[in-house]
Design a protein around this ligand. Structure first.
Ligand code: SF4
Length: 248
């Protein structure tokens, strides 16, 4: 079984991002000539200090857009990119990726905010980001977390969806996708996963995804998503892997 590897390193050469790992980081020239910097913010959470840092980067007349995955997108001239990267680092913020890793993790407000929530979605989003940021993967991997069945985070249409249950447990969906011309719901594969075991379960799913993708990458033009693998293998390898983790 493939072990996961992580590589957060990249550099800005004044014109483009240089990166040996293959991860495509979120610094990209736009059609209008501005550069867009995608900021990693699991659950879309920013402190006041971080928000000020973002405002300072774009400037008073500058523009920031929020992506559908809860990431701020800073729109700035190319000559400001180097300074922006160092300002983000100083504010404790990292660049989000566009491809070949875990995308910015989406989460609803959850416990402490929503009276419906059964669990701490933002805590889990931050913990999974800490564990899996910069993990090398075959292509995009989207995770979302909801606090209850109202599903404000749209978890059923993600590669990996998690929904809080009472008593610090989570249900797990696999194999959905929300974008493109063939959106689909994932399958509910497990209920009652203890919060403490969620990272290990996700790690196992990513390992199986990486391992199985080796066989199918050419067929999908090296853009093989988790749902592509599940179409080929069925859910059984993933169900077995999850049960192995939970049996420990
Ligand atoms: S999914 Fe549930 S807990 Fe989360 S914001 Fe919506 S209603 Fe609240």
């Amino acid at each position: 079984m493939s072990k996961l590897s992580q590589n957060n390193s990249f550099s800005w050469n004044g014109d483009a991002v240089a990166c040996d790992s293959g991860i495509i980081w979120g610094i990209a020239e736009q059609v209008n000539g501005l550069m867009a910097i995608l900021v990693n913010t699991p659950g879309g959470v920013l402190t006041g200090t971080q928000l000020k840092a973002l405002a300072e980067i774009v400037g008073e007349d500058g523009v920031m857009k929020i992506s559908r995955r809860m990431s701020p997108i800073l729109l700035i001239p190319k000559e400001k990119v180097e300074t922006a990267i160092s300002c983000l680092e100083s504010a404790g913020l990292r660049i989000a990726n566009l491809h070949k890793s875990v995308r910015n993790i989406v989460a609803c407000p959850g416990k402490g905010f929503s009276s419906n929530s059964r669990g701490d979605t933002l805590e889990l989003a931050a913990a999974l980001d800490k564990e899996f940021y910069g993990t090398l993967l075959p292509w995009d991997l989207k995770i979302a977390i909801a606090g209850c069945p109202r599903n404000c985070a749209g978890i059923t249409c993600q590669d990996i969806g998690l929904m809080a249950e009472p008593r610090s447990r989570f249900s797990l969906w696999l194999g959905g996708t929300e974008t493109g011309m063939n959106p689909r719901h994932g399958a509910l594969v497990k209920k009652g996963i203890p919060r403490t075991q969620v990272p290990a379960v996700i790690r196992k799913i990513l390992e199986i995804y990486c391992e199985k993708a080796k066989q199918y990458e050419p067929e999908f033009d090296y853009k093989v998503r988790l749902y592509n693998i599940i179409e080929k293998t069925g859910l059984n390898p993933f169900l077995q892997g999850i049960d192995d983790v939970l049996a420990i």
